[in-house]
Write a protein that binds this ligand. Structure first.
Ligand code: CS2
Ligand code: MG
Length: 408
C-alpha cells in the first residue's frame, strides 16, 4: 500500500497544536505531532508546502528510508522546524505500522520493560507557602516526583511560576495568546542563587527524603554560576537540575561536573543526536531531555536513547502542554519500552484539548501507561478541532534588571 493523503491540522483548544494526518490507500490513518510553541505556522508550512507532496505514493512501511529521505534529501539539515516536521511524519508512520500490526506501538519497540512510567508534575508558587500547597496537592494525587519553581524576591512574574496563586493544577502557559510581540519578564541570577537553596532546604524539611525533587534553571546561568548552584544544592539531593546553562554550549557542563554531583538534565531545545555528542561521550549529563516532537520522532529518539544508554545516561523526555497528546503518546510508548528510562515529564492537557485528541493513556499513583489500543492510541476529532481557531502566541522574552536581553 502507499501514502495517499497528507493533511496538516491546526487547532487551538486553549493553546496551538499542529498535527500531521497521513492516510494510506487502504484507509489507515496515522497521526504525528508537529507543534513548535510560538512558531507553529512555520512547521505547518514546511509540511504542507515542501513535504506533503514528497510523501504521496510512498510505501508507508519504509519508515527508516522515509526518515533519511526527509533528513538527507533536502541538503539543509537539523533545526527545530525541519526536525519537528520529520518527527511528525515519523510518528504518523509508526502509528500506521502499529495499527496494521494490531498492536500498541510499544510492542513494536521491543515490548514493555516496566509496568508503568514514573512521571513528574509541575509544582510552583510565587512564594514558599504557595509552592508547599502545590506540592502537597500533587502528593495527594499520588505523584512521587515534582518539578519545583518559585518566585524570586525582587523579581516579578518569571517563567515557570504560576501567577494565579496556590493551586494544584499547574495553570501557567508561557506562550501569551495576545498582541503582536512577546511579553517581557525580568531576571537577576544573583537574587536567584541566594534564594533557591533555602527553598530546597524547606522542602526537604517539610516533605522528607522520599519525594523526588526536580528543578529547571531554564538556561539562565553562566557556567561558573551553575557550578556554584549545583554545589550549593547538593545536600538537598535533587533528582536533577535541568538546563542550568545555555543549551548550545555543550562544554559549559564540564565546569559544572567538575564541582558537583547534582545530576544534570538538558536538551528540550535540542533537535539532533549531534547536539548531545560531547555531552554523552564525556558523560556530562545524566538525563536526555529532548521531546520526541522536536528531535525527529520515534526513529531518531530511539537511536539517541540507545546511544545514551551505552554511557549510563537515562531518558527524561520533554512533556509540557506544548507537546500535543500525540507527541505525549509517542513519548510514553518509548518510555515503556526502552531499558534506560529515567522519568517522564507530565503536565495534563486541559479538557478542551482532550475533547479534540482522545487518548488511551491512564494515570495511576504517579505512573502513566500508554494503553493497549493499536498504534499510538490517539484519535483526532476534526470537528472538535475545527471549533478552535489558531491564535498567534509568543513565548516571553527575558531581560536583566538593567534591560539587557538574557537567556531563558
Ligand atoms: C519547560 C517548558 O517543560 C519544561 O521543562 O522548560 O515548559 C518550556 O518552557 C516550553 O516547552 C517552551 O515552549
Ligand atoms: Mg525545561
Amino acid at each position: 500500500m502507499t501514502i495517499e493523503i497528507v493533511d496538516v491540522n491546526i487547532t487551538s483548544p486553549g493553546r496551538n497544536f499542529v498535527t500531521l494526518k497521513i492516510t494510506t490507500s487502504d484507509g489507515i490513518v496515522g497521526l504525528g505531532d508537529a507543534t513548535l510553541n510560538g512558531r507553529e505556522l512555520a512547521v505547518a508550512s514546511y509540511l504542507s508546502e515542501h513535504v506533503a507532496s514528497m510523501l504521496i505514493g510512498r510505501d508507508e512501511d519504509r519508515i527508516e528510508d522515509t526518515w533519511q529521505y526527509l533528513y538527507r534529501g533536502p541538503y539543509w539539515r537539523r533545526g527545530p522546524v525541519t526536525m519537528a516536521a520529520i518527527a511528525a511524519v515519523d510518528m504518523a508512520l509508526w502509528d500506521i505500522k502499529a495499527k496494521k500490526a494490531g498492536m500498541p506501538l510499544y510492542q513494536l519497540l521491543g515490548g514493555a520493560s516496566r509496568e508503568g512510567v514514573r512521571v513528574y508534575a509541575h509544582a510552583s508558587g510565587t512564594d514558599y507557602a504557595a509552592l508547599k500547597n502545590a506540592i502537597t496537592g500533587y502528593e495527594e494525587l499520588g505523584y512521587t516526583a515534582v518539578r519545583v519553581q518559585t518566585g524570586v524576591p525582587g523579581l516579578g512574574q518569571i517563567y515557570g511560576v504560576s501567577s494565579t496563586g496556590p493551586g494544584v493544577r499547574y495553570d501557567y502557559e508561557p506562550a501569551k495568546r495576545s498582541g503582536d510581540r512577546p511579553s517581557e519578564e525580568t531576571w537577576d541570577t544573583r537574587n536567584y542563587l541566594n534564594h533557591m537553596p533555602g527553598i530546597f532546604s524547606q522542602i526537604r524539611e517539610d516533605f522528607g527524603t522520599d519525594l523526588r525533587i526536580l528543578h529547571d534553571g531554564h538556561h539562565r546561568m553562566s557556567p561558573i554560576e551553575a557550578a556554584r548552584f549545583a554545589k550549593d544544592i547538593e545536600p538537598y539531593d535533587l533528582f536533577w537540575l535541568e538546563d542550568c546553562t545555555p543549551g548550545e554550549d555543550q562544554t559549559a557542563l564540564r565546569l559544572v561536573r567538575q564541582h558537583s554531583t547534582t545530576p544534570l538534565a538538558i536538551g528540550e531545545v535540542f533537535n539532533s543526536v549531534f547536539d548531545y555528542q560531547t555531552l554523552i561521550t564525556e558523560r556530562l549529563i545524566d538525563y536526555v531531555r529532548s521531546a520526541v516532537t522536536h528531535t525527529g520522532g520515534i526513529t531518531a529518539m530511539k537511536k539517541l536513547l540507545d546511544f545514551a544508554a551505552i554511557y549510563g545516561i537515562k531518558s527524561g523526555i520533554h512533556g509540557p502542554t506544548d507537546i500535543s497528546p500525540v507527541g505525549m503518546a509517542a513519548a510514553l510508548h518509548l518510555d515503556l519500552a526502552i531499558h534506560n528510562f529515567g522519568i517522564q515529564e507530565y503536565m495534563p492537557h486541559n479538557e478542551q484539548t482532550l475533547e479534540v485528541f482522545q487518548t488511551s493513556f491512564t494515570f495511576d499513583k504517579g505512573f502513566l501507561h500508554p494503553g493497549d489500543k493499536p498504534g499510538l492510541g490517539v484519535d483526532l476529532d476534526e470537528d472538535a478541532a475545527a471549533g478552535h481557531d489558531y491564535t498567534k502566541a509568543y513565548l516571553p522574552v527575558n531581560r536583566l534588571l538593567d534591560g539587557t536581553v538574557h537567556d531563558w
